[in-house]
Design a protein around this ligand. Structure first.
Ligand code: NAD
Length: 266
């Protein structure tokens, strides 16, 4: 058996996306990678890059909203070894506002961002329990903490923050820790349409952030690396924002409320 074959397995969903790929790169030093996405071509490109860098990376095509796909995925992944980490990272927003929201968009947002993450957890729960020292991280969003548009996506992410706490409480006795990570605005392909519509969208977004830098995919990956590491041994049930302070507030409001220029921007 090679050293790589003895490694515990990290399952990362949405790994063809920028944040998922960065999480995979971060965990590749310590874990074999089960990379999961509906977009097999993009996923294999990520797996190839990581393999060239020495990772033990395996790509699995899966529609996470399809329970049959999840069962097949779990059977395939368990042949890799003991599953120690599950990162539910796949996610997307279908609606912009409640006024524009269509019934099928509400269903799509809840299906991918809430139900798929919970079903994926339930599918891998027996393996995580068997590992005995496992960790779940759900990638949520600042949208689950405040009101920033995309209402049905936000409701699903808020639901997932709650579900993460529920998992921490119910599964702690099995040696499983469960936490969520809430990114702020991260420049990924998910922003492509908005950036095409408004090339200044990231500069406009930055104006609301107390700490004047937007998080990169690697910043989200660092948080996942920490929460899944032994350094976070007693951290479970938390939601860690990686949002340059957005969920703490925005300088514009205290500027108005106090009329103090101390809150003026850079
Ligand atoms: N980018 C941001 O600004 C931001 C902010 C807050 C939270 N997030 C969250 O971070 C996570 C990753 O976002 P990202 O920006 O990297 O997005 P992304 O669009 O780059 O990646 C998402 C990936 O999920 C995959 N996916 C979508 N539906 C799927 C399905 N049914 N089955 C399997 N895979 C599916 C897509 O193919 C894609 O590769 C998401 O949960 C998102 O909600 C992103």
């Amino acid at each position: 058996m090679t050293d790589q074959a003895k490694r515990p397995v990290a399952v990362i969903t949405g790994a063809a996306g920028d944040i998922g790929a960065a999480i995979a790169a971060k965990l590749s030093a310590t874990h074999a990678l089960a990379l999961v996405d509906i977009n097999l071509e993009a996923l294999e490109a990520v797996a190839n890059v990581l393999s060239e860098q020495g990772a033990d990376a395996h790509a699995y095509k899966c529609d996470l909203t399809n329970p049959d796909d999840l069962t097949t995925l779990s059977d395939l992944v368990q042949s890799l070894g003991s599953v120690a980490i599950l990162v539910n990272n796949a996610g997307a927003a279908a609606t912009l506002s409640l006024q524009a929201m269509k019934t099928e968009e509400l269903a799509r947002d809840l299906a991918l961002n809430l139900e798929a993450a919970l079903n994926c957890f339930k599918t891998f729960a027996p393996a995580l329990i068997e590992n005995g020292n496992a960790s779940l991280v759900n990638i949520v969003s600042v949208n689950g903490l405040g009101t920033f548009g995309h209402p049905s996506y936000s409701a699903a992410k808020a639901g997932l923050i709650h579900a993460t706490r529920a998992i921490a409480v119910e599964y702690g006795k099995f040696g499983l820790r469960a936490n969520s990570v809430a990114p702020g605005t991260v420049k990924t392909q998910a922003w492509k349409a908005r950036q095409q519509q408004n090339p200044g969208v990231f500069d406009e977004a930055l104006a609301w952030y107390p700490y004047k830098q937007l998080p990169e995919p690697e910043d989200i990956a660092e948080a996942v690396g920490f929460l899944t590491s032994p350094a976070a041994r007693c951290i479970t049930g938390v939601c860690l924002p990686v949002d340059s302070g957005l969920s703490a507030g925005s300088p514009a409001l205290p500027r108005t409320f106090t009329q103090s220029t101390d809150f003026d921007g850079l």
